[in-house]
Design a protein around this ligand. Structure first.
Ligand code: SF4
Length: 626
């Protein structure tokens, strides 16, 4: 097989044992790689009911068959585990160079299991794998850990995935930060590492990746790079990064403001790319194999956050620490993003949980007695920075917020639950189903909770009629591109989710497979046989089936944890509180018809939301019920 190293590295922390195992051939044909491999392993090896922070949970780092090749934007990898924040399927993708480095070291996957008695860091240098004492690193911020490990290994190219104080303190939305600024942010993967007493995973490899049909793959990959370079949307992304979205969201009335109360933010211009880039951006950065450079390094020259130098935040951070908290100030969002990077926390959940606290305070449900004397209010930059540090250290009121909005509301009670904007425990990202119906369905059904990356369909926001008509047929077009109707949204979500599944098995960057896509299933079907030598990957129907298998296996993981249709819900704000202003004024989400359509298309039972036995048989997943 081309593309794969054929090896899984297993590190047993409890017994300090390291071993490698062969990559099962059936995993390759049934799942391709990345998310798919991880789903298979997690389902089999982490039984239902496992405490995510116990030694029985496992942390997986997975790559795909084209990771580290010259295919464009193929430098990403994924951390997977049972999620501390939600208690269900957890995954978090990250860019940079870590994925290729793991492949060059000789492994398709890393599985970390058990629990170390003392703090350690895992060092992987090709076949040399070692658990090193991390007592001196414990308590450090992620940038300091990264620098210390590179000093110790005397190799600045060592790729370091580290946790900060938040991961050590088991903040439920703790992130793993790769090379200082790339976050595997969502669902609490950093807390899993912290619970295992692992401060960092450091990887250096000197091998390569061999594809099956080198010359043909090279030619196609070269063409693919050309398509990325010539794509107008990609070019915009290269200049503005995801900041380009602020203006789009404001225009369509979907910029989450005051904890998603409304989708229109008066101070939006100060959070837009046009404003930020000329004033603050000092350089562009790219992940492995990417010519877009969507990552921006920024510097604040004056004001209270003068001297802040940091990569990011992306659109989601601008939303989470800007519009959602009523803050029209870019330096605040940069400083907040920096704290999240250094403490190791997810920006969306951190911002969402602070927004929950402010609205709960505003409504008199909590008082200064609960907050330790802090009078919470919208638009207060210093307060946000203070709260983030308290959360990262689990100090005072920060200890409650470190649980995330869902659990914090559960503990507070008193009706605070209505201000916790989450799905299945994961804080809602920077979209709103009221003005963008397909995202309402995506948020409700995605395996890890309110997720904008597994099936985000922007066709009902951005149109691109020609491309949409070609894909779904001109007869469905009026409804497909209408953001205010539920009709046909499940069709668009399911097809997009399938394509994104393949994206996440390869693994390639989201921005090459978003909307309108640069690459889609047909392109992967053309490329994969050249990379792997496996001709079956050349059929779109086979790739679709592999994607369906992966979505359904993740669902079965969640079903085993008790998830049913009743959990595929949106907060009442989206379904019962009409959008108060903007182009979507008066809109709410009618979720149930979309859920009916979605389950039907997926072959899941409409009453329970569980995959039917017929579907499990069709996808060769009967073993999940035995
Ligand atoms: S588009 Fe951005 S996130 Fe994607 S690979 Fe390129 S630099 Fe990384």
């Amino acid at each position: 097989m081309g593309g794969y190293t054929g090896k899984i590295l297993r590190v047993d922390l409890t017994n300090r044992r390291v071993k490698t195992q062969g990559l099962p051939q059936e995993w390759v044909s049934d799942y391709i790689g990345g998310d798919g491999f991880a789903a298979r392993l997690l389902y089999e090896e982490v039984p239902g009911g496992t405490d995510p922070l116990s030694s029985d949970n496992k942390l997986i780092l997975a790559t795909g068959p084209i990771t580290g090749t010259m295919w464009p934007m193929s430098g990403r990898c994924v951390f997977v585990s049972k999620a501390p924040l939600t208690g269900i399927w957890g995954e978090s993708h990250v860019g940079g160079f870590l994925g290729p480095e793991l492949k060059y070291a000789g492994y398709d996957m890393l599985v970390v299991e058990g629990r170390s008695e003392k703090p350690v860091y895992l060092l992987i240098q090709d076949e040399h794998v070692e658990l090193r004492n991390a007592a001196d690193l414990w308590g450090m911020r992620t940038d300091d850990v990264t620098a210390a490990i590179r000093r110790e290994t005397r190799d600045p190219e060592t790729q370091v995935a580290a946790i900060g104080p938040a991961g050590e303190k088991l903040v439920k939305f703790a992130a793993i930060i790769v090379n200082n600024a790339r976050a595997a942010g969502r669902t609490g993967m950093g807390a899993v590492l912290g619970s295992k007493n692992v401060k960092a995973i450091a990887v250096r490899g000197h091998g390569g990746v061999t594809v099956a049909r080198h010359e043909e793959f090279y030619k196609l990959a070269k063409e693919a790079h050309g398509r990325v370079r010539e794509n107008p949307q990609a070019q915009q992304m290269g200049i503005w990064g995801t900041w380009i979205l602020t203006a789009v969201k404001q225009e369509i009335g979907e910029l989450p403001t005051y904890n998603h109360r409304t989708g229109v933010f008066p101070g939006w211009e100060k959070l837009s790319g046009d404003y930020i880039r000329p004033r603050y951006t000092v350089s562009d950065r790219a992940c492995f194999g990417c010519s877009l450079s969507c990552k921006k390094v920024n510097y604040v020259r004056e004001g209270p956050f003068r001297g802040t130098l940091e990569e990011g935040p992306e659109y989601e951070g601008l939303m989470a620490f800007g519009s959602s908290l009523g803050i029209a100030d870019y330096p605040t969002t940069l400083k907040a993003n920096q704290i999240c990077n250094k403490y190791g926390m997810d920006v969306i959940s951190a911002g969402g949980t602070i927004a929950f606290a402010i609205e709960t305070f505003e409504n008199g449900i909590i008082t200064e007695e609960d907050t330790g004397g802090i009078s919470l209010k919208w638009g207060d930059s210093n307060q946000v920075i203070r709260l983030l540090e308290m959360i990262g250290r689990r100090e005072g009121f920060g200890d409650l917020l470190a649980e995330g909005s869902c659990e914090a509301a559960h503990r507070l009670g008193r009706g605070s639950e209505r201000f916790a904007m989450h799905v299945k425990g994961l804080e809602v990202s920077g979209q709103d189903g009221r003005t963008h119906r397909s995202i309402g369905l995506s948020h409700a059904t995605a395996a890890r909770g309110a997720d904008h990356l597994r099936s985000l369909v922007t066709v009902d926001q951005l149109g691109y009629e020609e491309v949409a008509a070609k894909r779904w047929g001109a007869d469905k077009l009026p409804e497909i591109i209408d953001p205010y109707t539920e009709k046909y949204k499940a069709t668009a979500v399911v097809e997009t989710e399938n394509a994104y599944c393949i994206r996440d098995t390869l693994i390639v960057c989201w921005y090459s497979v978003s909307w309108p896509p640069i690459f889609w299933m047909e392109d992967f079907a053309q490329m994969l046989p050249l990379a792997t030598g496996i001709e079956e990957f050349g059929r779109v129907d086979n790739l679709t089936k592999i994607a369906e298998r992966q979505v359904t296996l993740k669902r079965m993981f969640n079903v085993r944890e008790g998830i049913t249709r009743a959990d595929d819900r949106l907060p009442d704000r989206f379904t019962k509180e009409p959008m108060p202003e903007g182009p979507g004024k008066g809109q709410t989400v009618d979720l149930d018809p979309m859920l009916d359509d979605y389950y039907s298309l997926r072959g899941w039972d409409i009453e329970t939301g569980h995959p039917t036995s017929k579907t499990l048989r069709r996808l060769s997943l009967e073993w999940t019920v035995n």
